[in-house]
Design a protein around this ligand. Structure first.
Ligand SMILES: *Cc1c(COP(=O)(O)O)cnc(C)c1O
Length: 462
């Protein structure tokens, strides 16, 4: 046979697990991001496609020699840039199991377990997050794991287009469609608008108060569009914007949107998982009025990319928009969920396994402790910054995200960021708020603890 013999796989698998364990164990001693220049990794590589088979240990040696030094270490405890991309080791093991099964779950019949585990897991997680039972399969809705929040926004938009116009599937868009966002909405919604062929004219940027969507401005914009013959299709409030963690008033926004028959998609990609903690449930106030809700397990919830959780209130909405059944996929399975109809691609892997490995191995109390620990650390950092004469908070802390600047202006703020990042001890990123440069600190790494936030604070003060 051409595949590895299972005994050989066992031996090599141990070596690979050892490699990962060594990498993770040694992370804290490395700089979060090494000084790599464009082209350096490629220049350091030998030929990648050999004529004859090579042993795995030479590949592992290349990882050590070229790949690790050329990587930004997202699992480093000092990584506090962007948002976290947790890849807890349990999720890595879950990914291995999923690859080991090697199943395609495009239809229920092509791998019943892949579909039903995902359904059961998302139903239970809906309960754990405090989502309205209408978002569960038992309640007439249901959840699905997308590759990313970007894909979740795209399929929500496609379902919204179908609901807004029954002839959309045959005739496509007509240029009157409108999608409502704010200046802080993630760019993935603008991309979805483009991918769906609506053109950027469809995107209406609603004013904020100052950073959260203003329901009054939304009502005005939607009424003006409706009066002019344009069709409000989708409104996207965000719970925890990427820039500053702002939270749009979902309930008031959804009430306005519903009055115009528009689909409400709540993007809580980063912040939504915090609702596992009862003290953060308020974040989801009004989500029961939405048509769809998305939060990423692959940001803060310990699960290796990709695992974006999307729930819809109407289990028929995505299949109605997306289902196309050629003869070779007719299986007569009857009343089952075929997840290919809930996403853009046909094929899909057993993503639920890595998420299951995480929730099973950490338990809800472990997941809550993970979130609470970061929120508490960010609160401490916030108080240190608030007490420093040269620094100021730009917006109030949002969960574990702290945004600050130097009172001396943009150049001084940028210098703080550059100094911290050059130290290798921590990695931060920036944004611009009201035209001014701002440093973002997103506490949330799997192994980020008090000592790492203290080390960051020492660097900031320098
Ligand atoms: C990160 C983020 C996204 C995009 O997430 P992907 O899963 O990488 O597509 C969308 N919305 C918000 C608010 C985000 O923070």
């Amino acid at each position: 046979m051409t595949d590895l013999d299972p005994e050989e796989f066992r031996r090599l698998g141990h070596a690979v697990v050892d490699w990962v364990a060594g990498y993770r164990g040694g992370l804290a001693a490395r700089p979060v991001r090494g000084p790599v220049v464009p082209g350096e990794v490629r220049a350091g590589l030998g030929p990648l496609v050999p004529e004859s088979a090579q042993p795995l240990d030479t590949l592992l040696a290349e990882l050590d020699r070229v790949v690790v030094p050329g990587s930004t270490h997202w699992q480093h405890p000092g990584f506090m840039a962007y948002f976290p991309a947790n890849a807890a080791l349990l999720s890595v093991l879950g990914d291995l199991l999923s690859g080991g099964l090697g199943a395609q779950g495009m239809l229920w019949s092509t791998s019943p377990a892949a579909t039903e585990v995902e359904q059961a897991l998302l139903d239970e997680l809906a309960g754990a997050l405090g989502l309205d039972p209408a978002f569960t399969f038992a309640g007439g809705g249901g959840g699905v794991i997308q590759d990313s929040a970007s894909s979740a926004a795209l399929v929500a938009l496609l379902a919204a287009l179908h609901r807004a116009s029954p002839s959309w599937r045959e005739r496509g868009v007509d240029g009157t469609e409108r999608v409502y966002v704010t200046a802080e909405t993630h760019s993935s919604v603008a991309k979805a608008v483009r991918v769906a062929g609506l053109g950027e004219r469809a995107l209406v940027v609603v004013a904020g108060t100052p950073h959260a969507m203003s329901p009054a401005a939304l009502a005005e914009a939607m009424a003006a569009d409706a009066a002019a013959g344009r069709r409000p299709v989708l409104v996207c409030p965000t719970v925890g914007t990427t820039g500053t963690g702002a939270v749009d008033p979902v309930r008031a926004v959804a009430e306005v949107a519903r009055a115009h028959g528009a689909w409400v998609h709540v993007d809580a990609a980063w912040a939504g998982v915090a609702a596992l903690c009862p003290e953060h449930r308020g974040l989801l106030d009004g989500v029961e009025l939405a048509d769809s809700f998305c939060t990423d397990a692959h940001k803060w919830l310990l699960t290796a990319f990709d695992a974006s959780l999307l729930w819809v209130r109407d289990a028929d909405a995505l299949p109605a928009a997306l289902s196309i059944t050629p003869e070779y996929l007719r299986d007569g399975a009857g009343d089952v969920v075929d997840y290919r109809d809930w996403q853009v691609p046909l094929g899909r892997r057993f993503r639920a396994l890595k998420l299951w490995a995480v929730v099973h191995g950490h338990g809800l109390d472990g997941l809550r402790a993970h979130v609470r620990g970061h929120v508490a650390l960010a609160a401490e950092l916030e108080s240190w910054i608030a007490g420093h004469p040269d620094l100021e908070l730009v917006v109030p802390r949002s969960l574990s995200l702290v945004c600050f600047r130097h009172r001396g202006g943009d150049a001084a703020t940028r210098a703080v960021l550059e100094r911290v990042n050059a130290s290798g001890e921590a990695l931060l990123s920036h944004t611009v708020v009201d035209g001014r440069y701002v440093v973002r600190v997103a506490v949330g790494g799997v192994t980020t603890g008090r000592e790492h936030v203290e080390a960051l604070w020492r660097r900031i003060r320098e």
